[in-house]
Design a protein. Structure first.
Length: 645
């Protein structure tokens, strides 16, 4: 699963450019990460919206560009991703740019199937180096393979790479620079399917290939995890534990980060005498950005657990289990992978729909993906859940906050599938009806480096967003909260003592440009229990959902720089029929949670949806239907909880 939250229009350039080709679960992406590390760039192929991933492998002071092509089982494409692979390896296709050579990963445990793809790649006539993966697992399961004999039979270089072996990786690196030295077959493989099968069998005999035994360990585990009843129960139990861990483990870390920002706020108060600079540092940076950065432990834990589930091979089982449920929505298991990708960000989730062969499935899944609870919503959920449920509250042995969080994710997933069902049922888009095919890899221990890279990529993306989008909006929001300036005479005429810092801050916030904007849109959100401060947070969250948290943090810091967190929890309505009453009541807080559950509060997602659909029509439809759905569900929630509270 990718942790990228959007394509960047950059392409790595170099004189020696190699393409990395292989089927899903063949170790291709792991090899790409091992060769390139963090020296990667993301962009788009010209003319299509499929993302391209390129990285630099450094060998002896030289750099080799490696492009990780989408996983495919064949060069006979049935999806946009597979079409890109076929086009990229076609020397006669000028659109993408043919690589100088190809690295083909083949799984030693599924060699017969892997050689079928290799035969098609060899027909391109480009220099090829075969990278044999999972040879250690082949031996563990009693299989055999004579690698030198396979190399002689193929007529191309074959390098066996064992996971974690630096020597194997060094041998492969040494071959990257001089692709002209790679052997080439005298006669290419046959193109006729029946002749190609005979070619594969002759290779297997020449290499003395012994098919590995069935992985009995995997079979025993799958007997439980893929069981229609027990497997489904274990899946939901795993997801439930998933969110319990987010709170129980991350809360102490979050408290430590919060203490750091509180200390920084104290330093600003004590040592920065200039009121304008003090307000910017204390309210915009520490109060705004700090209120978002404090959720970094939750983001790191979320992606840690996702990468562990993916690295162990369990996510493929989850997709298989969910295929039964997805079929109720008229979708297939591959759509679950796209929806699951949306837990990181809706953008890679929408991009992942390219692996779906059916155009109708791609469209329906794309329209439902934004309802999955992305990591950007996590910051909002954690803040509001903390206001709704007191920390330490439990239901039996389980934390109440974790239960609420699990319920939010579950409702989001069910809503995404229901929406996909509606759009697929009433969509006029056609497409072939194809069977769902997904390989079940053997269970493996996740590689620490891959897990660390997934966590780092997620945290880096989160901090990148904080440092750019959220910082910009936070500064704008600080200006709106700080202007217009009020003289001492104006404050006295309003009955405010200029020496009372807390009273001055509260007055200036209530009479700021931000307050004017919040009051202007109040008629829309007043039935939901929102006041002008919540309104400007909702408005700011159109740039990024995390801005909602940053905005409330700024408002609280402006009203009480010394104790912003406590101020937020005890905020009251400043005017209107509820003046003086507590703002974040259970009804209002629950309505806010539900609103963010359904609202499409991310313009980046809208932009990607536009590129995927080719017009602004469907992004506008998505934004509109999700806003109406969010408002309606939030209104019902506010009404019901208000009656029960």
């Amino acid at each position: 699963m990718s942790a990228h939250c959007g394509p960047v229009a950059q392409t790595v350039t170099g004189n020696n450019r190699l393409a990395l080709v292989g089927s899903p679960n063949s170790g291709k992406s792991t090899l790409f990460n091992a060769l390139t590390g963090l020296r990667t760039k993301t962009g788009n192929y010209p003319g299509v919206t499929v993302a391209r991933y390129e990285g630099l492998a450094r060998v002896g002071g030289h750099e080799v560009v490696i492009e990780d092509l989408p996983g495919t089982y064949s060069l006979d494409p049935i999806s946009p991703d597979e079409q890109v692979v076929a086009d990229a390896l076609d020397p006669d296709n000028p659109g993408i740019g043919t690589p100088d050579g190809i690295l083909v990963t083949i799984d030693a445990t599924t060699l017969r199937r892997s050689l079928g793809l290799l035969a098609q790649v060899m027909q391109t006539g480009l220099p090829i180096c075969v990278v044999l993966t999972f040879r250690d697992e082949l031996a563990r399961r009693g299989g055999t393979l004579d690698v030198p004999a396979l190399r002689r039979a193929l007529g191309v270089p074959v390098v066996a790479v064992t996971s974690g072996s630096r020597n194997d990786l060094a041998q492969l690196r040494s071959m990257l620079l001089d692709r002209t030295a790679w052997e080439r077959p005298v006669v290419p493989p046959p193109t006729d399917p029946s002749q190609r099968r005979a070619w594969v069998e002759s290779l297997l005999q020449s290499a003395d290939y012994q098919v590995p035994e069935v992985d009995h360990r995997t079979r025993r585990i799958d007997a439980v995890l893929l069981h229609p009843l027990w497997g489904t129960l274990i899946f939901f139990a795993t997801m439930f534990a998933f969110f319990q861990i987010i709170f129980t483990v991350a809360t102490p870390l979050q408290d430590a980060v919060q203490s750091l920002f509180d200390w920084l706020g104290t330093l600003v108060t004590e040592y920065v005498s200039n009121p304008l600079l003090s307000g910017f540092l204390g309210n915009a940076l520490i109060g705004g950005l700090g209120s978002v950065v404090v959720f970094l432990p939750q983001i790191a834990l979320l992606f840690l657990m996702i990468s562990l589930l993916e690295g162990s091979g369990y996510l493929s089982r989850a997709a298989f289990l969910m295929d039964r449920l997805m079929s109720k929505a008229g979708l297939e298991g591959r759509a679950f992978v796209a929806l699951l990708s949306s837990l990181a960000c809706a953008i890679p989730g929408i991009m992942a729909t390219r692996s779906l062969p059916s155009a109708k499935d791609r469209f329906a899944t794309m329209m439902g993906a934004p309802l999955m609870t992305c990591s950007a919503r996590l910051t909002v959920y954690v803040l509001l859940t903390g206001l709704l449920v007191s920390p330490g509250t439990s239901v039996g042995p389980f934390g109440a906050q974790g239960i609420v969080m699990f319920a939010l994710y579950l409702v989001g997933a069910l809503s995404a599938m229901a929406t996909a069902w509606v759009f697929k049922r009433f969509s006029s888009r056609g497409g072939p009806v194809l069977p769902f095919y997904m390989e079940m890899p053997s269970y493996r221990l996740p590689r620490p480096r891959s897990v660390a890279e997934a966590m780092w990529s997620a945290c880096k993306g989160f901090l990148h967003k904080v440092g750019r989008i959220i910082l910009l909006v936070t500064v704008v929001m600080w200006l709106l909260l700080s202007l217009p300036m009020h003289s001492d005479a104006q404050l006295r005429s309003a009955g405010v003592d200029p020496a009372d810092r807390t009273a001055v801050s509260a007055y200036e916030v209530d009479h700021s440009y931000a307050a004017d904007i919040g009051h202007a849109i109040e008629p829309v959100f007043e039935p939901l229990g929102f006041d002008w401060r919540i309104n400007i947070g909702v408005l700011g969250s159109l740039s990024a959902r995390e801005v909602f948290v940053a905005t409330l943090g700024q408002v609280a810091a402006a009203q009480n720089p010394d104790q912003p967190a406590e101020t937020l929890a005890h905020m009251t309505y400043t005017d209107g029929p509820h003046q003086g009453e507590k703002l974040f009541t259970p009804a209002t807080t629950a309505a806010l949670l539900v609103f963010f559950l359904y609202a499409l509060q991310c313009m980046s997602t809208v932009g990607v949806m536009r590129r995927e659909t080719g017009s602004w029509r469907w992004p506008a439809v998505a934004f509109g239907y999700m806003f109406v759905l969010a408002w309606t569900m939030a209104f019902l929630t506010h009404t019901v909880v208000g009656l029960l509270a």
